[in-house]
Write a protein that binds this ligand. Structure first.
Ligand code: 1CP
Length: 333
């Protein structure tokens, strides 16, 4: 069994596997080199020879326990024919939702559009370098995808003022998302993904009263679906105020925590395996601080099943040497 599966499924507390959100990406010079000659981000994600190479870049450098596929949560709206572009210095830019077109979208057409992602997963999971390591597939949670689809750009701190104006439209989109997220998850697993992470990056934007409709119900549906395919599922409901309530209701196999939560309180509240937490900004400091902070998380979770990770993605300005120092600190703990 892989170290990640041992922690998630067997609740092993003796090992601390490590992988890092955005481990394949802009802090690595070898990624920036490829990116320079591939200005279209979507096309890069759909080039399975390059996207598999990028996925494996961090594993060639560091002693990590999993590969996370180089892709994006916004490939799903792209597969549903919504226009998606990534602009330098701005982030994602989406076209307007055309609900009639979304409703007409068929499974075969969708899978055909995203096929290179499944080929990338097959390549990565069959590569010698991922032997006894996991290949992590992922999706955006329905709520976070809805945010990008309606808002048409990153919400940063705020949603469009009239975001909830058309409830009927929102509910139709959520139904379509449920259908195609399941198709996307199934194809990832069929091609070799052996852990699924659900990113709900904007869960923290909602008021408590809206969580059942937009986060708990749709995520629970997906979690149950992944479980039915005998694959462990990790949820990351970033900046949600009540992780305990989320876990009690949605019951993922493991939960990833952000850097604003108090790890000691989480340890008290939550019984399932926990992942992450360390502030990515720590990697911009010095070795002494990195060691102290990484060790603090490992100490707190020493008798709890714990997967080491950050509380959000690694920052582009991170020095790969500091990243390596963090990985080695965890491995030598
Ligand atoms: O080079 C570039 O400019 C592209 C930057 C980039 C990268 C490297 C984007 C655009 N996406 C990615 C890859 C990516 N996205 C991965 C790769 C695997 C890995 O982790 O190594 C993953 C898992 C994602 C997931 C993702 N995309 C999320 C969820 C996690 C999170 O960061 O909260 C979100 C919200 C996105 C949307 C997105 N895609 C890209 C950007 C810059 C964003 C965020 C924009 C925003 O702040 O709203």
């Amino acid at each position: 069994m892989t170290p990640l599966h041992q922690v998630i499924l067997n609740k092993d507390t003796k090992i601390n596997p490590i992988w890092i959100m955005r481990q394949a990406g802009r802090y690595l010079p070898e990624f920036r080199e490829i990116r320079k000659s591939n200005p279209d981000f979507i096309n890069l994600c759909l080039n399975e020879s390059l996207s598999s190479e990028i996925t494996l870049q961090p594993l060639k450098r560091f002693d990590l326990d999993a590969a996370i596929i180089f892709s994006d949560i916004l490939m799903l709206p792209y597969g549903l024919t919504q226009k998606v572009e990534f602009e330098k210095g701005f982030g994602p830019k989406l076209g307007e939702v055309n609900i009639d077109e979304l409703s007409k979208k068929g499974e075969i057409d969708f899978v055909e559009k995203l096929y290179p992602i499944y080929k990338l997963i097959k390549k990565v999971s069959n590569d010698d370098i991922t032997k006894n390591k996991n290949t992590i597939g992922f999706v955006g949670a329905p709520w976070t995808l809805l945010v990008y689809m309606i808002n048409q750009q990153s919400p940063k701190k705020n949603l469009k003022k009239d975001f909830f104006k058309n409830e009927f439209l929102i509910n139709r989109i959520l139904l379509i998302l449920d259908k195609f997220l399941k198709i996307h998850i199934k194809n990832q697993i069929d091609n070799g993904a052996d852990v699924i992470q659900i990113f709900d990056s904007w869960a923290g934007l909602l008021e408590e009263k809206d969580l059942p409709n937009y986060v708990y119900s749709p995520t629970l549906n997906l979690v149950n679906y992944v479980k039915s395919l005998n694959t462990p599922v990790i949820c990351f409901p970033r900046e949600i105020k009540n992780y305990k309530e989320f876990c009690d209701i949605v019951k993922p196999d493991a939960v990833s925590i952000d850097y604003n939560v108090d790890p000691k309180k989480i340890l008290n509240d939550i019984k399932i395996p926990i992942q992450g937490g360390l502030d990515p900004k720590i990697l911009l400091s010095d070795k002494e601080t990195i060691k102290k902070e990484a060790t603090r998380y490992l100490d707190i979770f020493k008798d709890h099943p714990y997967i080491f990770n950050l509380g959000h993605g690694v920052l582009p300005e991170t020095d790969p040497n500091m990243f390596e120092y963090m990985v080695n600190t965890v491995k030598n703990y």
